[in-house]
Write a protein that binds this ligand. Structure first.
Ligand code: BGC
Length: 237
């Protein structure tokens, strides 16, 4: 038990005692071999979520195999596992993005809501208006309407653009907080292998979403371990 986070219950969970929150928020963090980043993110996120008086749980979605990293599939599996714990709002969160501002509300005020609009590595400017990468909050209804993430993108790049095209195909708007609020710092990391097939894959996003996503997800039951600051979901992709 870490003394510093005495309000956090096993599994990285908190329920406010003096109000009844509207949403039950699941923070989903895809992960492999980034222990330092995870430690820094948890140290920053728990106090912010507590100050926002959210009912929340943090899930670390660890890719347990050595296959190329599949962020979308980890998110889909994490989503279904967190849904079993009755969550209603799902925040898909990169491990290396640290919120700089307490006013970035993690509570699904709108859906889908792209939270990491202004990142230091992009000079705090949105690089293109379809960007949905980094950190984004979704409610069940819209997320299931777009059939979740694609399961087909591996390595770095493209899966978030594919999700964005799914929102367009479904006539959903992407909401964002103001630039001065939605500020994040990206932690330094070595360049990960790039998905060179992503431009080709993105060509049929508008139609493929119907058959590639939550509806086509096949997976073995992940191992679930509940630590103090998070629930670890170990996944073979
Ligand atoms: C990639 C996205 C990424 C974005 C910003 C795009 O080229 O396809 O996955 O989020 O760049 O880095």
């Amino acid at each position: 038990m870490e003394f510093r986070f005495i309000w956090v219950q096993t599994g990285g969970h908190y329920t406010p005692t003096r109000c009844k929150p509207r949403e039950r928020v699941a923070i989903l963090i895809p992960f492999r071999n980034r222990n330092n980043h995870l430690r820094i993110l948890l140290n920053n996120l728990h106090p912010i979520l507590y100050r926002q008086q959210l009912e929340y749980s943090i899930y670390v979605l660890k890719q347990a195999d050595e296959k190329p990293f599949n962020r979308g599939k980890l998110f889909n599996i994490g989503y279904l596992e967190a849904k079993k714990d009755n969550h209603t709002c799902f925040v898909f969160h990169d491990v290396d993005l640290i919120p700089e501002n307490d006013h970035i509300l993690y509570g699904c005020v709108r859906s889908p809501m792209h939270l990491s609009r202004a990142v230091n590595t992009f000079n705090y400017k949105l690089p293109y208006k379809e960007l949905l990468g980094g950190v984004a909050a979704w409610k069940t209804r819209e997320f299931e309407q777009v059939n979740g993430w694609s399961n087909l993108f591996v390595n770095w790049g493209g899966e978030d653009d594919d999700l964005s095209y799914r929102t367009i195909a479904n006539k959903l708007s992407i909401f964002r907080f103001r630039n001065s609020v939605a500020r994040y710092t990206m932690l330094e990391h070595r360049r990960t292998p790039v998905n060179t097939a992503r431009h080709r894959q993105l060509q049929d996003s508008y139609t493929r979403y119907k058959i590639d996503g939550l509806s086509s997800l096949v997976y073995e039951s992940p191992r679930i371990q509940r630590y103090h600051l998070f629930t670890m979901v170990s996944i073979n992709t």
